[in-house]
Structures are given as C-alpha cells and as structure tokens.
Design a protein around this ligand. Sequence first.
Ligand SMILES: Nc1nc2c(ncn2[C@@H]2O[C@H](COP(=O)(O)OP(=O)(O)OP(=O)(O)O)[C@@H](O)[C@H]2O)c(=O)[nH]1
Length: 399
Amino acid sequence: MPFPSLRRCRSTVQAPVPREHPREHPRRSLSDWRLLPDIPEFWTWKTEAQLRLSDALQVTTSTAASAQPRSLDPKSRDAKPRLLLMGLRRSGKSSIASVVFHKMPPNETLFLESTTRIQKDSIHSFMDFQVWDFPGQLEYLEPSFDLEDIFGSLGALVWVIDAQDDYLDSVARLNRTILTVQQYYPGINIEVFIHKVDGLSEEYRTDTFQDIVQRISDELSDAGYENAPVHYYLTSIYDYSVFEAFSKVIQKLIPNLSTLENLINTLGNNCGFEKTYLFDVLSKIYIASDTRPVDMACYEMCSDYIDVIVDISELYSWDHPSRRSKGEQIQEAESHVVLHDETMIHLMEMNKYLCLVSVIRNPEAKEKRGLIDMNCRTFQDALNDVFSRSWEQEDHASG
Ligand SMILES: Nc1nc2c(ncn2[C@@H]2O[C@H](COP(=O)(O)OP(=O)(O)OP(=O)(O)O)[C@@H](O)[C@H]2O)c(=O)[nH]1
C-alpha cells in the first residue's frame, strides 16, 4: 500500500474545535519570534548534522557485531531493522501490526484469524524496516529454528502480554527468550507491551504493571542477568497508547535521533512552538519531537489533524494533465487551524513520508505565519539532508 502523499494540498482552515485543552500555557511575546538564520550558522550546523549522521552510521557499522543492534548497518540492503512481535496466542500482536501499519479500525481486529505462519511485513518509509508477526504457538527456541535467521537483523523484540488474561506463562516465556537470545545478541532491545489495558481500571492497571515488571526483573536477576535493557509500556489499540509506544520503539532505531531533536528544539525555540512532532504520515508514529515532555492530549490533537489533511488531500488533490505550473511552486502540503482558545496547529509536509506538526499557543502566531513557514522550510532542508541516503547515492553513482 503506497504511503499517502499530501502533495498539492494547501489549506487554511479556521474553525472552532470543541476540545478543551487541560493545561494553561505561558504565552510568548512578539519579540520572541525569530527567523532561523538562512546562513551561515544554521547551515554550518546543518553540515554538522550531516557529519554527525555519518559518524553515527560509521559507529553502528563498526560495532554491529558487538553491542549495537546489527540491523543498523546501512551498507547491507537486506539487513533492514527488524521488529519482532512476539507473545502468547491471542495477546494482540496482529491487531497491533494491523492498527499501526495498516490503518485497520480497532473494532475490526475482532475478526482477525489466529496467525499460523510468521507474517513478514516490509515497511518502506523514512527508514525501511520489517515487522515480523509471530504465531503465538511457534516454538522458535527449539533447535530446529536458526536463531540467526530470526534475531540476526534485530532492531527490537516487542513482547506483547495480554494484561486481561493470566500472564504468568507469558512472563515465563519472555524470560526464557531473553536469556537465550541475549547470549548471542547482548545489545538487544526488549520492549514489553502490557497490552489490552483498556479493559482495566486505573488501579488494577498500575498493579498489573508493577507486578509484571517485578516478576521479569526478579527472574532475570536470579538468572544472573542484571540491568537487562527491558522497557515497559501500557498499551491498547483503542487509544493512542500503542502509537506512542511504537514511536518510542522506532526512535531507538534512528541513529541520528539526537540530531533531529536538536533541529526540532532550535526550530521550536525560534518559532515559539509549544510542542513539535515529526510524524510518519502513514503510521502516525512520531519519529522525533522536541525534548519537552510529551503531552498525550497534544499528541492526539496533532495526530488527528494529520488524518484531516490526508483525507482532504486524497479527496481533492489530483494530477491535472493540462495544468502547467507557473514558475517554481511549493509542492508540499501546508495547513494550519486556529482553535477556539487561540491555539494554532501548524502542519507542514517535509517529504514523501514525514510531516511536521506543531502546536503554538499564542494569538499572535496568525500574524507570523510567513516567518513560521520560512523557518519550517529551513528545517525541511536540514532534515532532508540528514535523511539523504548518501550510501545509496554512492551505490547509484558507482553502479
Ligand atoms: N480489549 C482489547 N482487545 C484487543 C486489543 N488488541 C487486540 N485485541 C483483541 O485480541 C484478540 C486477539 O488479537 P490478535 O491480534 O489476533 O492476537 P495475536 O496475538 O495476533 O494472536 P495469534 O495470531 O493467535 O498469535 C482480538 O479479538 C483483538 O480484537 C486491545 O488493545 N484491547
């Protein structure tokens, strides 16, 4: 399924939206608005960003065999980072993959059949990666399975535990898996989704979370594996928690994440953005954001706004055969909406896969749209440089 592009859509929507935001935020004064320097500092810094990217790639290449996930080797075309979705039967693995990567409405997952073979899904986006959905009953630790085949290009192992069910078996199996796999792949990222928490009360949710964390860490340390790199998330397909959790998982696979965060911080500080997310348009996973704390309500609002713009652009944008562009035109989608409390959401498409969505809580932002757009374009150039796949260009040139 192709990624929807927001191309040729430009909209300026001004509508009252009946969503109250829970927090009050300090407003920035006009003097705080600054233009990102076109030259020379920003571009010097951009060059640094490129350098840091290539450094990161070199580091991951040279240490691929040791602590780093081997999948990040950019030279190997087949070694796309692999996310393994594992867990017991009916824990919700296929539902997560379908909702996050195939936009399946959560209710339709009720009709998903049990997986009988490993489902391999290649995701082509800002970064190519694979999602492998394992059948719950598969005994992959048996000698008949080649561990290298399964865990060789591992980006992360996502273990899904059904929190509405008895989870002791699942915890025991996870521990067995960790202890086996970490002998060969010590740097492995283990991400535990304590899933289906929508059916649990707030109190029971916290108790379940603590109990699972305790059991896993106790068993692992009893087996002599201290400080295992295991991360826990409370998830459900019925809200945004699973997208948030996947965002965190994917972000760990991006070697140049700190560069992206620095760029977004600089942009946000210069434009008075309260929060900025760099989203993958199709999955609505955010691959980076500024380093201010994540506010779920803000994240949901930005994520919903992408849906609105994608829907509008799919409905109304098309390639008109006889239309000629007059001179240079900006091809990417841009849009903003001002809400009833003067909060502005600003969206700008960055490239085929990514869009930048920012929240600005300043009534003067409307007057500064030109400046904001210009700064976002400067950021876009820097971003596309960071993501320009120099190793592919080299291959292309030499081939
Ligand atoms: N309440 C609730 N139900 C969920 C959630 N995620 C998945 N389910 C349900 O759990 C059931 C099993 O989901 P699947 O995705 O098929 O589970 P699986 O782990 O892929 O199962 P196997 O293929 O047998 O290994 C389905 O009926 C889903 O609708 C969730 O977040 N909350």
